[in-house]
Design a binder for this molecule. Structure first.
Ligand SMILES: Nc1ncnc2c1ncn2[C@@H]1O[C@H](COP(=O)(O)OP(=O)(O)OP(=O)(O)O)[C@@H](O)[C@H]1O
Ligand SMILES: [Mg+2]
Length: 225
């Protein structure tokens, strides 16, 4: 809905902005930089500000729409690891991939799930400032209803008093706070009807596990998806 309204407002705003600028140009040509000119400039500035807000809303709406496609999770992991291996902070970290071959394709928003993998790997890396090992594991879940993806690091771990807060969007113990936080990751996994769990031992390491359900496509006898 926000996207629809934002789009409707964007057109008249652009028209106001263009016409205000035309009037400003006319006054400039007439060398009339009087109080009308000042008022018109203010209108132009404020309209521009509205336009920025509306564009921000449109961008947000675009990001929050999910576009699910059939995806090979192992492939997505490989792609994310390739991107990360070039980062300097990953030079001391040994990445072990234990990816179950021939996993079924699942319906996910590839970009969003990749963002989740990216954040979990960056977090693992930040937890191992002096190097360590990151094991990435994929498998069919024990009940056969989901794909399980596990990120196991040998980092600093998370204190028990912090563990319930880490999915809180405002919680951070690092100075950066600029990446996509675990709060957003949690939201993305929920949008996929999945689950994300964490287990940690301070001083030893952390395990994040994601479950993404295998959705039955068009074979549900009740007719649903
Ligand atoms: N693998 C991990 N090992 C130890 N602590 C972790 C790990 N992953 C997350 N954390 C803890 O959870 C907090 C929240 O993580 P989150 O990704 O939401 O934010 P951040 O990494 O601090 O900031 P940002 O991702 O925005 O740069 C971290 O600050 C850290 O304390
Ligand atoms: Mg992070």
């Amino acid at each position: 809905m926000a996207a629809g309204i934002a789009h409707e407002i964007d057109n008249p705003l652009t028209s106001i902005l263009i016409n205000t600028h035309l009037l400003l140009e006319k006054l400039e040509k007439l060398k009339k930089k009087d109080e009308f000119y000042e008022n018109l400039s203010l209108i132009a500035e404020e309209t521009h500000r509205c336009s920025q807000i509306v564009r921000g809303l449109l961008e947000f709406a675009r990001q929050s729409q999910t576009q699910k496609t059939n995806t090979d999770i192992n492939d997505l992991i490989e792609k994310t690891v390739l991107l990360l291996e070039n980062k300097a902070s990953f030079q001391n970290i040994k990445i072990i991939k234990n990816l179950k071959p021939d996993l079924l394709l699942i319906l996910v928003d590839r970009a969003k799930i990749q963002q989740v993998f990216w954040n979990l790997m960056i977090n693992a890396c930040e937890a191992m400032p002096n190097g360590g090992q990151l094991t990435i594991l994929t498998d069919l879940s024990r009940d056969g209803k989901a794909i399980e993806i596990r990120f196991i690091d040998t980092g600093v771990g998370i204190f028990p008093e912090h563990i319930n807060k880490i999915f809180d969007p405002s919680f951070t113990t690092t100075a950066s706070g600029k990446d996509l936080g675990l709060g957003i990751c949690y939201g993305i996994i929920q949008q996929h009807n999945g689950a994300i769990e964490v287990k940690s031992e301070p001083g030893r390491g952390t395990v994040f596990t994601i479950y993404l359900p295998l959705e039955k496509i068009g074979i549900d006898p009740k007719g649903g998806h």
